[in-house]
Ligand binder design. Structure first.
Ligand SMILES: CC(=O)N[C@H]1[C@@H](OP(=O)(O)OP(=O)(O)OC[C@H]2O[C@@H](n3ccc(=O)[nH]c3=O)[C@H](O)[C@@H]2O)O[C@H](CO)[C@@H](O)[C@@H]1O
Ligand SMILES: C=C(OP(=O)(O)O)C(=O)O
Length: 438
């Protein structure tokens, strides 16, 4: 378990370039299994989850070449399906959430897909019903071994079908789309997730020869094809990282420029940060955050009632930024409610913020009321453990704004999703040191 030592209370300054998107990378990497031809992917983030998935693809027999920083070629022309039956796969598959998305491509192309209960953040129930109901709708036979939590689907030939998803699951939609590209006839997926990363996946599949329409909407129509070819693809910048740097700038009263953010793919993110009082300036495709020397003030609703920030499937606000919003609110002028609708264990990290002196009432597992200090009182440095990726980064931001030296243990949780974070933060003036393996 490695640790960050953070000396807080310093203003930062400079430019920061967001990494390629973690959650897009996990979808796109699984899609290389859909063709025997070469696929080149650029802007792949160098983070634990992505590297685990690349290692898993390698064990599946995919030929992988690193051709530059963040650039790889993949060729799945000799896939080793025996690996799926091995004890090794049962361990490897558990290591991350994104591994679930190998099932759709394998089922579509080879007629069978297996996966142990995937890992990822421990942030509440993370069911997989939407994925498997989708495959069953396409004609697959489903089995689940309760003893070793192992899922499997098989089908000689998938058949296109109409389906209304029980929820707009992000990885579920990606998985079903990747299976349906090879189904006979037409598949209609209604209540599909439609966030930019899924749009990127569908656009990539269409470049490979798939026939997917409705991209960007919640109704995807897929005409099955017999095979797909190679392509090149570049990952979007990571919108959750972008939101994290916005929060960091505000809480440390720093002037930061976040470069090449792909503004048009940020959805509600700029407007939600503006609602909590943060000044976000658009400069071309960059975000400029001026130093908030006089703090930031939460906007009430038009009728004067208190702001609630909540998550919803895209184009709603992403749940992955609520922990950061909550942390930034601890120094705002005013109060707000944070309502985490999707996950029931994601707000427990507020205990740590309360230890640091933040005024928060956890009303129930989904809702917290935050009363900001308006920097009249700074947070106090402390020792903490990162429970999940976004809570980890939130605590890191809190520590950078706090007075004194904080320690964050279990930073592997942060490294799952943020590339080289300590070095990049040092480049803009943060006092942060990594202590390996204690
Ligand atoms: C690897 C990856 O891409 N992970 C992301 C993906 O996870 P993932 O695809 O696992 O998340 P899902 O979209 O399936 O669902 C997330 C949670 O929201 C609930 N839910 C979902 C849809 C809905 O309409 N109503 C609803 O309540 C689900 O029950 C679940 O508890 O999407 C989540 C939701 O944006 C993000 O937090 C994760 O970072
Ligand atoms: C919840 C997240 O990741 P995962 O789905 O990989 O656990 C996240 O990226 O915030």
């Amino acid at each position: 378990m490695s640790t960050f030592i953070i000396e807080g209370g310093h203003q930062l300054k400079g430019k920061i370039q967001p990494q390629g998107a973690k959650n897009e990378a996990l979808q796109i990497l699984c899609a290389v299994l859909l063709t025997a031809e070469e696929v080149k992917i650029d802007n792949i983030p160098d983070i634990i989850d992505v590297n685990k998935l690349i290692a898993l693809l390698k064990k599946l027999g995919v030929k992988i070449n690193k051709v530059g920083k963040g650039s790889y070629t993949f060729k799945a022309d000799d896939v080793n399906l025996n690996y799926l039956e091995s004890a090794e796969f049962k361990e490897d598959g558990k290591g991350l959430r994104g591994s679930i998305m190998i099932v759709g491509p394998l089922l579509g192309r080879f007629g069978k897909g297996y996966i142990p209960k995937p890992g990822g953040d421990k942030i509440g129930r993370r069911r997989l019903d939407t994925h498997f109901e989708g495959f069953i709708n396409l004609g697959a036979k489903f089995r689940y071994n309760k003893e070793d939590l192992f899922y499997g689907v098989e089908a000689k030939k998938l058949k296109g079908a109409y389906m209304l998803l029980d929820e707009a699951s992000v990885t579920g939609t990606a998985n079903i789309v990747m299976a349906a590209v090879f189904a006979e006839g037409t598949t209609t997926i209604y209540n599909a997730a439609c966030e930019p990363y899924l749009q990127q996946l569908c656009k990539m599949l269409n470049r490979m020869g798939a026939k997917i329409s409705g991209v960007g909407s919640n109704m995807l129509i897929i005409e099955g094809v017999d095979e797909l070819g190679g392509t090149e693809h570049r990952m979007l910048p990571d919108m959750i990282e972008i939101g994290s740097w916005i929060g960091l700038a505000a809480m440390t009263k720093s002037e930061l420029t976040i470069t090449n953010v792909s503004w048009d793919d940020l959805g509600q993110i700029p407007s939600v940060f503006r609602k909590i009082g943060i000044n976000i300036e658009r400069q071309g495709d960059d975000i400029h955050i001026p130093a908030h020397i006089n703090g930031y003030e939460v906007q009430n609703y038009i009728d004067g009632s208190i702001l609630t920030v909540s998550d919803a499937p895209w184009p709603g606000f992403t749940p992955d930024l609520l922990s950061i919003i909550l942390t930034v609110l601890t120094q705002a002028r005013g109060a707000a409610v944070v309502h985490q609708k999707m996950f029931e264990s994601r707000l427990f990290f507020v205990d740590k913020l309360i230890d640091m002196g933040a005024k928060i009432i956890l009303c129930d597992p989904h809702r917290a009321t935050v009363i900001g200090h308006d920097f009249k009182s700074t947070l106090k440095a402390t020792t903490m453990t990162s429970p999940d990726i976004r809570a980890g980064v939130s605590l890191l931001i809190a520590a950078l704004s706090a007075k004194g030296t904080s320690t964050i243990h279990n930073i592997e949780q942060i490294d799952r999703g943020y590339e080289n974070i300590d070095e990049r933060l040092r480049a803009i003036g943060a006092k942060i040191t990594r202590v390996e393996g204690n």
